[in-house]
Ligand binder design. Structure first.
Ligand SMILES: Cc1cc2nc3c(=O)[nH]c(=O)nc-3n(C[C@H](O)[C@H](O)[C@H](O)COP(=O)(O)O)c2cc1C
Length: 206
């Protein structure tokens, strides 16, 4: 089983990466393969709702949202990580998640997901809440930990010294591994994800 951990920071080797590596190590210790994907340092725009992805099979603006697709297809679970920027999740990660969801939501659906954040000081709950919107929309069981999943620091070294934050990351990895194994055991016993109803879309218009 594989978990894809997405680093939504402009820093490939910063605090978010340090936290994701701790989650990955715990997953690896439980026999789960991991890949860390960095969305890059260039600005990542949000979705313009053009619908071009319906014909193209991927976001027509490409970039990391297209590059991640082979990994997302293989993944059994996801961890989305981003630093706090101005008291919410970094805009590039939100843009990435919106475009990934809009263009390739079928690769996310019913796979367990976790969100984690890093901050110098403030804005972590809002950042977590912002990222949770995508797992919530795509029926992804949200994996929690022993506290809200955050680390504090301004660089990877400081984040690594956040003993409680790193403990939370390891517990998150173990919980993710447990959930993946439960889902696999369920599948082996013939349990499939439920078929969702569809068709009703009323836009509150009577
Ligand atoms: C544009 C910008 C805005 C930021 N806003 C906040 C903030 O509102 N609250 C906070 O605690 N830290 C803020 N920070 C600091 C980062 O969240 C913090 O250093 C984080 O751990 C960096 O993670 P990274 O190394 O993965 O990028 C901001 C950093 C940048 C670049």
């Amino acid at each position: 089983m594989k978990v894809l951990l997405i680093n939504g920071s402009p820093h490939a080797h910063g605090c978010t990466d340090a936290a994701l590596r701790e989650v990955a190590a715990a997953l690896n210790a439980d026999g789960i393969e991991t890949t860390i994907f960095h969305i890059g340092s260039a600005p990542v725009a949000g979705c313009i709702g053009c619908g071009g992805c319906r014909q193209a099979g991927q976001c027509v603006f490409g970039g990391p949202v297209a590059d991640v697709l082979p990994l997302a297809e293989q993944a059994d679970g996801f961890v989305f990580g981003a630093p706090v920027h101005y008291a919410t999740a970094a805009a590039g990660m939100i843009g990435f998640m919106h475009r990934l969801g809009f263009s390739a939501g079928h690769l996310l659906r019913h796979k367990p997901a976790a969100v984690i954040t890093s901050a110098r000081r403030a804005g972590t709950p809002t950042a977590l809440e912002a990222m949770e919107k995508i797992p919530q929309y795509f029926e992804m069981p949200l994996i929690s930990s022993t506290y809200w999943p955050m680390v504090h620091g301004s660089d990877a070294g400081q984040a690594a010294r956040d003993a409680e934050g790193m403990q939370i990351m390891r517990n998150l990895g173990r919980n993710m591994a447990w959930m993946l194994k439960c889902i696999e055991a369920g599948r082996a016993a013939g349990l499939q994800p439920p078929q969702a109803e569809s068709g009703a879309q009323t836009n509150f218009i009577r």
